[in-house]
Design a protein around this ligand. Structure first.
Ligand SMILES: [Zn+2]
Length: 74
């Protein structure tokens, strides 16, 4: 069934391309801070590294993670 196989191959190819596009978008990060009410521009270098937050908010996120981990241990 060559027609059927072609259709499957086309769909797999389209899904792969979509997955790659999503991955690329994630890997590139954001150009502006994702934090609520912030929206600070993120430097292209950090965007390329997959940054989601500006430097200040990133620090805040990390501090909160440490806080949760500390409490989780009790
Ligand atoms: Zn921010």
């Amino acid at each position: 069934m060559p027609d059927f196989m072609d259709a499957v191959q086309d769909r797999v190819l389209a899904e792969t391309e979509a997955a790659v596009a999503a991955q690329t978008q994630r890997a590139q990060g954001r150009t502006h801070c994702a934090a609520h009410d912030c929206g600070e521009p993120i430097s292209p270098e950090r965007t390329a590294l997959g940054a989601q937050f500006c430097m200040d908010c990133q620090r805040g996120e990390e501090a909160r993670e440490v806080h949760f981990r500390t409490w989780g241990r009790r």
